[in-house]
Write a protein of this length. Structure first.
Lengths: 140, 403
């Protein structure tokens, strides 16, 4: 499935929620249900330091697609990570480079992606794009 | 104290956040501004905005008079001996850097600076920079589990090599009120100067500079119902005369030739460039406002709020309070077992409750407790028990959602 299609799917899912409580409960469930990253990658090398919550991101190339794993010590952040992974993992680097992240606005989680929120998520998206650029160069 | 009347003075307290009435418990980060102070700011720009100390025209004269009156108001509030010992700054960070920068002139390799373990980052970094520049050594007064400074160790740290002691009056992360009287007296015994950061104390405690016999003291206007970007550095005249100026520019010079510049007298030596004129005037208006309510009444009321909130919050399962000093201001730093402060703060925000989450720019304190941060609720005289009930309900709700 293309990144756009997945994002549409996520927006559809979130449109069913009536208020922030339901959205958050869903995110928290997502966060809880996903053991995202192997312990060996939860190190300083893979950490993205936000001011408040820590985020770890790891990427590896499987054939021509990038597979991301990530984690955070805060559960709501982890829920958003789960959504980002769903959108960007298992995609070709060039498609990741070209993709936009507007869907986060549309599912009502914009505030968590504000650069001033200091939770590591903005840097995480940047890191995802940087990995994609690096692997794209490698593929060439 | 008439809380209903007081709350009417603060327009912002009547707005909604995320569809809920705002509950503002981030007072240690910045306090809200009453209409009386907002009026002073508006009056300045509407009626006498002008550059000060140089114009011969009426507006400039009026602005200069108001600005200098503000200095006297601040002087009286802190019982400062001379008005030129009040230096207007942009706030505490600016004030501290002013001292840290100039103090290099009195330090040589091997001299020691003592700071407390309860410091805000802005209080640690300038001293680290100063030590790097001069070869002086930084020593730290440790804290105990309650978040109090270990005074026995402090006394042992003081030697004839100690040139400066630096400590906050009240800790921003935990609310601990430090025994600054003793800290100052002990430092003076070994001939060290003392700089006390009063940023967190000023909204709760009316500090008396002459009684404290402190050498330097800093305050930010925005913590005492005033505007951001204004504050003061108090310095004893003898120190301010010795301390080299921080910035070069207009206002701080007496005479300039290309060969030599002589500096202006105090306080202008430290007030280079056009200052935050309106900010200084509004700072004084804010102190006037708080004095009208009365610092004794404020302290009594805030202590009641602190007791009430502590008792209520502790009924929540797994809630732990960090900073349990006997003498503390109305600040509660807490965590819930198994939960990240960011998550709790995010849910409280959705409920219209403003708290601070994170390490509060005091990472060494968080490292001491081995936690990533805390949720910090800090109360002011305009807060109510009903708001505390909303906080407690909110935290319970967050706990149920997250666990």
């Amino acid at each position: 499935m293309t990144i756009d299609k997945i994002q549409e799917e996520i927006i559809d899912e979130f449109s069913m929620f009536e208020d922030w409580m339901q959205r958050y409960e869903y995110m928290i469930d997502l966060g809880k249900s996903l053991p995202l990253i192997e312990e060996e990658f939860k190190t300083q090398d893979y950490i993205i330091k936000g001011c408040q919550s820590k985020v770890w991101v790891h990427a590896k190339l499987q054939e021509d697609k990038l597979v991301f794993t990530a984690d955070s010590d805060a559960i709501i952040t982890k829920g958003i990570i789960a959504i980002l992974i769903r959108a960007f993992s298992n995609q070709k680097p060039q498609d990741i480079i070209d993709a936009n992240t507007n869907f986060i606005d549309e599912i009502g989680l914009k505030e968590h992606l504000s650069p001033t929120r200091a939770n590591g998520l903005v840097s995480m998206i940047k890191q995802i794009k940087l990995y994609a650029v690096a692997y794209q160069t490698q593929l060439k | 104290m008439n809380i209903t009347a007081i709350r009417k003075d603060f327009p912002i307290l009547h707005r909604e956040v995320n569809g809920k009435p705002l509950v503002y418990f981030d007072n240690a980060a910045t306090s809200q501004t009453p209409q009386q102070v907002i009026d002073v700011i508006v009056d300045y720009y509407q009626n006498y905005n002008a550059n000060i100390h140089r114009g011969v025209h009426a507006l400039s004269q009026e602005a200069t008079d108001k600005y200098e009156q503000a200095r006297v108001t601040i002087q009286k509030h802190f019982n400062i001996a001379k008005s030129h010992e009040v230096i207007f700054t942009s706030g505490t960070t600016h004030s501290i850097n002013m001292v840290a920068n100039g103090f290099g002139a009195f330090l040589s390799v091997g001299d020691e600076i003592v700071v407390s373990a309860l410091e805000h980052h802005s209080n640690i970094v300038p001293w680290q920079m100063l030590c790097e520049r001069t070869g002086a050594i930084l020593k730290v007064i440790p804290m105990n589990l309650e978040g109090e400074l270990v005074m026995e160790t402090y006394k042992e740290l003081l030697t004839n090599k100690t040139k400066l002691v630096f400590c906050n009056h009240v800790s921003n992360a935990l609310g601990t009120v430090n025994p600054v009287e003793t800290i100052i007296q002990e430092a003076h015994k070994v001939g060290a100067a003392v700089l006390i950061d009063g940023a967190q104390a000023a909204p709760h405690i009316k500090a008396d500079m002459q009684a404290l016999d402190v050498d330097f003291y800093t305050v930010s206007a925005h913590k005492v119902c005033g505007p951001t970007g204004a504050g003061m550095l108090y310095g004893k005249e003898e120190w301010l005369k010795k301390l080299p100026p921080y910035q070069g520019g207009g206002e701080m010079i007496a005479e300039v030739t290309f060969e030599k510049t002589t500096y202006a007298d105090l306080p202008h030596k430290f007030e280079a460039g056009t200052p935050n004129i309106c900010g200084g005037i509004a700072f004084a208006a804010a102190l006037d406002y708080m004095n009208t309510i009365g610092f004794n009444d404020i302290a009594t009321y805030e202590e009641e709020l602190l007791e009430y909130a502590t008792e209520k919050l502790l009924t929540i399962d797994g809630l732990k309070i960090y900073g349990t000093a006997t003498n503390k201001t109305a600040v509660i730093s807490f965590n819930i077992e198994g939960l990240h402060p960011y998550d709790i703060g995010s849910i409280l925000d959705k409920l219209g409750i403003a708290v601070r989450t994170g390490h509060h720019c005091a990472q060494p304190i968080m490292d001491f407790y081995k936690i990533p941060g805390t949720v910090r609720a800090s109360f002011s005289f305009y807060n109510t028990r009903e708001e505390i009930n909303l906080l407690v309900e909110g935290v319970e709700r967050a706990r149920n959602m997250l666990l």
